[in-house]
Design a protein around this ligand. Structure first.
Ligand code: Z5A
Length: 210
């Protein structure tokens, strides 16, 4: 059985990850592949409970180190219980956020050294890396404006003082450092243009896979 491909979609909030994953899923399915779409943090029943802890406004403070380790605890459940079994069964997995989110938010945003994050990543999913990462990139104010239409911000969305600028800058650095894995899509374009870009990326990936 040929293993499935692992595609991740990244970017700051409101850039259109959820919206464009729908286009991407349809495009990959149209090439004849079975697709599992999933997201982080979360993706399994127990990991979804960790997600709630991470994004809700709780009574107890969340130290940055606890946030970092909970991201990886959620990921360990997700990788072992969902992602790896699906890939092994030949299913393509499209994941809304993965370890690049940790590099960007906990690394770029909170200031944890990338080498510490990469050590945890090696430990949790050393042999599993995305085949392709689509970075949807748009100015922070645009993402905020789009996300703001949805209601009350969660615990991470309320960050200020340049947090999301650092997250975006870190994403762009990660993409520059790994040009073979990352494709950057200009998410400030209208939805139709973004969809066409996603379909082009998908066509190239599927052509290479035959
Ligand atoms: N987090 C972390 O810190 N570390 C980690 O390791 C991981 C995550 C894995 C939850 O993520 C939080 O966890 C997140 C990062 C952190 N916190 N923040 N901030 P999430 O993925 O669940 O939350 P999110 O990034 O905030 O997702 P989102 O706000 O749902 O954004 P989105 O999926 O990118 O956007 P969307 O829902 O597809 O689109 C938003 C709106 O814009 C919607 O009305 C669309 O119709 C509209 N839209 C989208 N694209 C366009 C274009 N091109 N034109 C016009 N309108 C558009």
């Amino acid at each position: 059985m040929k293993p499935g491909r692992f595609i991740t979609v990244e970017g700051i909030e409101g850039v259109g990850k959820t919206t464009n994953i729908r286009f991407l899923t349809s495009a990959v399915e149209a090439h004849g592949h079975t697709v599992l779409t999933t997201r982080e943090p979360g993706g399994t029943p127990m990991a979804d409970r960790i997600r709630e802890l991470l994004i809700e406004h709780g009574d107890e403070p969340m130290p940055d180190i606890a946030e970092l380790l909970l991201m990886f605890a959620s990921r360990a459940l997700h990788v072992n219980n969902v992602i790896q079994p699906a890939l092994a069964a030949g299913t393509w997995v499209i994941c809304d956020r993965f370890t690049d989110s940790t590099r960007a938010y906990q690394g770029g945003g909170r200031g944890f050294p990338q080498q510490d994050i990469n050590r945890l990543a090696d430990w949790v999913h050393g042999d599993l890396q995305p085949d392709l990462t689509i970075l949807l990139d748009a100015p922070v104010e645009m993402g905020m404006r789009r996300a703001g239409r949805r209601g009350e911000p969660d615990r991470i969305e309320i960050e200020r003082d340049g947090f999301f600028d650092r997250v975006r800058a870190c994403y762009l650095q990660l993409a520059a450092a790994e040009p073979d894995r990352f494709v950057i899509v200009d998410a400030s374009q209208d939805l139709e243009a973004v969809r066409r870009a996603i379909e082009g990326i998908c066509a190239a990936l599927c052509a290479n896979d035959n």
